[in-house]
Structures are given as structure tokens and as C-alpha cells.
Ligand binder design. Sequence first.
Ligand code: NG1
Ligand code: MG
Length: 526
Amino acid sequence: MAGSVPIARSLKDIYTEDALNAQAQRWSKLLAKFETIYGHAPEFVSRSPGRVNIIGEHIDYSLYSVLPMAITADALLAVSVSPAKTTSAQADSYKIQIANVQEAKFPTREFDVPYDAVDIDATVHEWTNYFKSGLRGALELLRKKYGHDFRPKSMQILMDGTVPAGGGLSSSAAFVSASALAVMAANGEREVDKTALTELAIVSERAVGVNSGGMDQSASVFSERGSALFVSFTPSLKARPVYFPETSPELTFLIAQSFVTADKFVTGPIHYNLRVVECSLAAAYLNAVLNPPGTRLPADAAPLGVSLHGFHETYVALAEHHNPNSTRRSIPAQLEELIALTTSTLTKREGYTREEIAAVLEITVEELDQQFTSRFPVRAERFKLRQRALHVFGEALRVLKFMELLEDPAYLAQGSRGSHTSIYNAQLGALLNETQDSCRQAYECSCEEIDAICTIARAAGSYGSRLTGAGWGGCSVHLVPADKVAAVRKALQDEYYSKLDLTEDQKEAAVVVSRPGSGSALYLVE
Ligand code: NG1
Ligand code: MG
């Protein structure tokens, strides 16, 4: 599903019906405030949404397919561009002025950026770093297209982001994608290729210190209203819409905040970035033990260059090579086999030390650190290769089972109230519950608040409840029959939120119904 980022002429092109009124007010405030600050109207608004991940958690950086869905909340950047300075020949920099509608929280900044490089100090938690990482990525694309001495224009920007930060709804990816799109548009690009934009957003986001996969940026850029997005990463990035059958009135996705802020930036070394290391080490270990001696894993798009998916492909190719007349098994069957092999190969539940892994890989500990733990700092004595690999293979399998159900002709044909529909929805929900169990136990990326929220929601009628995004706090997603939404809301309010000291805004945002939203768009201001 290639194509360019759509040009929106009206908010109807961007938002679902239920969101239009609130968005119209928000946008007119944004455009008015822009005029107040810069003395003229913006030329365009670059928009990229956050996303909720329905299923496929912590497997995108292992290059397995996932099923996110864009939400209404998004990052907006209203932009005007300064005409190239006549003295641009002498000038050795261009000016970026960037303000935020939440001025107190995100102070206005002004940068004179030298033409040759965008410097980002990833050691400080500065809100404009996300814009700069989008700027850096977009410039690479522009220089590829227009040559190295391409001179970007100066920009005046006003940002308004409604994706809760650190909430597992991909606020960072929405901001980076919207920023990259804004820079492309500011420099004359009106046909921005979605794949190119996504790939540069993925690389850019890693520049600000998070070793992430590509799910969020793909969902932010590619999503189409009314559908979820099936995203595959290998052999190349692909995304296609997945429509919910008419049972959608029956199927509602609720997003519930835990209000436990999970800041990957701070906890990366013992949480997110550590998992990325554990998965790549697991791939290398399984390759060393299960593939013929000397087999090298293919270098791939995973953050550390080798992935469990890479091991999966290598293992299957070599197995076929040795018995050519065997019929190729389905991917689910392959994953079942990998789960069995992992269980019997990675037997140490307490985890593996660097020394134990280096010995199996037949490299030194220094080489191991150089390859796996130097890119982003991690703090661990032991790496739980068994548990992480079992989660990844099991989760990749659940995504395929979920898709099979969603796209089952019988399910699609059921109509909104088919008697079998609730059987299907219960099966979909059961898969989400399995994911939550695996995240909590094998991947250890849940927390007691999220676990409590899931228990409460299920008791009140949710088919399936789980954390969404990186976990360790943040958000949860619930598959709820339409006639149980009120009951689930009430139970969460009575048994969870009532115990917290929440602001009015937080109470407002605590539980939201998520409609499948549209992706990035460029809105040209007349
Ligand atoms: P969140 O924390 O929701 O933005 C993170 C990663 C994703 C994916 C999920 C877990 C970033 C920018 N995104 O999402 O790539 O790995 O965790 O499935 O870190
Ligand atoms: Mg994020």
C-alpha cells in the first residue's frame, strides 16, 4: 500500500464524524494562536496520529508483523516558511522558530541550524529534540533528492499534541512523523511517499535514544480511517488496512490509562532497551546451537542488526535445504516448532550471563558487549533469553490467529448481530488475554496497576484486556461488546480511578473509545 501522504482540504478528510466538532474548535484556536505569535497565517498544518496496538506487542523490533490502529489523538504542526534570504549565499544557517500551545510545559525555542548538520543532544529530555530528529531525517531525504548542498528553508512552527506522553500511545512517533512531514512540505514537497516518510521517522526516532521498532511510525503514517493496520517489516516495510466486519457496532476498543508514566527514555537500560538486547542475544544463541556451525544470521533492520525473525527464516531455510522434498510448513506451524525448540534449548530460567552467551557464540565478552550492549546502555547481569524468545514466537503466532479470525469469511458474513459473532469476539478477546499473560509473565513488561485494570475490565464484561505499547505502565486496550462499555467504564471508575487523585483532564482522558482513525495528512491552509 504505497502512495503519498494525502492532502486534506477539510477536517472531514481527517477525523471521524464523532470527533469533528471538538477538532474544529481545536484547529481554529491553533491557527489563531499561530497568527498571534508570528503575525501571519500558517501555510499548512502537518498532522500525524498516535496509535493503539491491538495485538503484536514487543515483537516489531524482532521484525514480526503487528496490528496497530491509529487513534484520533495526534500531533499537529502549523507551519509558515520564510522566503529564502537573498543573502542566503552568505548565510550559513537557517532559522527554526518552534512554539507549543502548552507554552508553560514546552517553552518556545529558536535555533539557527547550520546547513551541514542538525545537532541533537539526546542526553537531555528536551521536547524539541523530537522535532529535530524529524528535521534531520527529512533533510537526509531532501539531500538525496536535491543534492548535498541543498539549503532548507527557515520555518516558523506552532505545535499542538494531544497524544498523552509516556502513555503507550506513541506520542513520540506521532511528533517525529509530523515533524518530518512538516520539513518535507516546508521545502516544497507536496507528494511525500508514505514508505519513505515512515522509514525516516523510524531511523530518526532512534536518534533520540530509544531503540524502537517500526510499529508506531507505520501506524501513524499509513493508517486509514475505519480500519486497523497489518504491518510487516521484512523483507521490506509493508502495511495494509484490515477492516472490521459489520460487527464493529458489537466490537468496541476501549483505551484505559493506568496513569503510571512509563518513560522509556529513563528506564530504557533496565526495561525497553534491555528487551531489545535480550531478543537479539536469543536469536544469536539459538542460531549458534540449532543451525549448523558457522551459520551467520542475516543482517536485518532490527535495531541491533540481528533478530529472532532472522533466526526463524535461517532455521527454516536450512531445514528445507536438508530435506528438499519436505512440504513447506505454514508459518504458524513453524512458530509452534520454534516454541518447542526454544523450550528445549534455552533451558535456564534464571537467565544467561555474558560469559555463558559469549562461550556459545564463540566470541569474547568484549566482542559481545561491542555488538549487543554498547549501542544503548543496558544494566543486567543475566539475560532471560528463554522467556523473551518464548514471548516473541508466541505473540507472533497470536497475531496470525487474530488476523485469521478477523478475516474469516464466516465472521465477516455474520452481520452485526450474528449469533456466532460473539463466539468470534470471545476468541479474539481470548487471544488478547493470552498476550497480557505473556507480557506479564514471560516478558515482564506489565505492572500491578495494569494487571488490576485488566482484571476489573474482564469482570465487567470485556472480552479481552491487555497493556498496549511498551508497558511498564502507560495504557491498556480492551475489546468490549458495545452493550458492556458503560459497565466497564463504571467498574474502572469505581474500583481503580476513584482511588487516584486525578485532575479533571485526567478523568476526561482516563477511558476513551478508540475509533479506527486516519494517518498522516498535510492540510493546506487557504
Ligand atoms: P510505545 O511505548 O507505545 O511508543 C514502544 C515502541 C514500539 C513497540 C512497542 C511495544 C517506541 C517509539 N515504540 O511503543 O516500537 O516496540 O513499544 O510493542 O519506543
Ligand atoms: Mg513512544
